[in-house]
Design a protein around this ligand. Sequence first.
Ligand code: NAD
Ligand code: TYD
Length: 352
Amino acid sequence: MILITGGAGFIGGNFVLDWLADPTAESVVNLDKLTYAGNLATLEALEGDPRHTFVRGDIGDQQLVTDSLKTHQPRAIVHFAAESHVDRSIHGPAEFVHTNIVGTFNLLECARTYWNALDESKKAGFRFHHVSTDEVYGSLSASDPAFTETHPYEPNSPYSASKAASDHLVRAWFHTYGLPVITSNCSNNYGPYHFPEKLIPLVILNALGNKPLPIYGDGQQVRDWLYVGDHCAAIREVLAKGKLGETYNIGGWNEKTNIDVVKTICTILDELRPRADGKSYAEQITFVKDRPGHDRRYAIDASKLKRELGWRPAETFDTGIRKTVRWYLDNPAWVEGIVSGSYRDWLQKQYS
Ligand code: NAD
Ligand code: TYD
């Protein structure tokens, strides 16, 4: 079996669902603290499935992590758990240090103790896959080449700095202790079950709720969007065939300005769920104060992954964004479960 951390979040949840969609797949132990971003409704389809064991807890809890490893004897750990939202990291960085740095440190130490006690064949097969972000590389200008795996680390936000720190710890645990680790650094994801504090789901839900569509600054910042199912497929590939101690960039060759992303969503909604007054959802676009320290451009060069492991994304931005908008239209119960909770307080804090 494999142990997933953060499997009730956006990407971890999609990963668990995709993994267990294969009837021959190994079982999953899913360790998640269920912060505001964790949502068991995402995993509803797995209710009663004996291949999925959910453990509520903190990756920083040494006893709990040690016990979970001892009890379930996973042959791999895939580490998604993190505080993941840049704007929240600006309001309150402490949780980012606690989970992303100290939590990852604890997980590495527990994994090391567990791995050291395995017999030789199990030891050789064990993997610690650390899921990270392209934001650790900092910001690009319009003419810079995309980030490769050797790009210097230049994180600019408390979020990216905490992820960069965790990447360094993972690297050191390989070089110093020989722990069999692999790190992947992925660009911005989008798709089903995405918590609506992030740009794409926020815009879809605000549009449908007749609210402003907030664009930070001039809206010309560039992100490189990857459909979440493609990210999950890439992680499966790296877990199966990646070289120990290596890092792999994952991206979809889909650079878009924020304003273009928002306009595309408006056009799709105009077609699928036209506004009652016949006007375009683009009328709701509102330019608001910029994010402090806002990175201008991210772009991933994923050619190493393509060349060495044969991975390439299945979705283009056009196909993926359409699927995503449809998913939010078709899943009002999941959305309602989120927007009725503490999410409202966040919107008030960030946008009022
Ligand atoms: P998310 O915020 O949607 O989910 C994070 C999950 O981790 C939640 O279920 C939460 O309950 C859990 N969690 C938080 N703190 C925890 C703790 N201390 N112990 C146990 N569980 C805890 O995040 P996401 O968007 O799914 O991102 C998952 C991973 O992928 C993160 O490591 C993130 O840095 C990385 N990543 C995200 C993106 C993106 O676009 N979302 C892109 C590249 C990399
Ligand atoms: P986000 O989804 O928060 O991801 P990240 O900051 O990790 O890239 O934001 C994506 C881009 O959209 C980023 O440049 C910030 C911008 N943005 C807005 O313009 N308005 C918003 O309300 C949000 C949440 C983000």
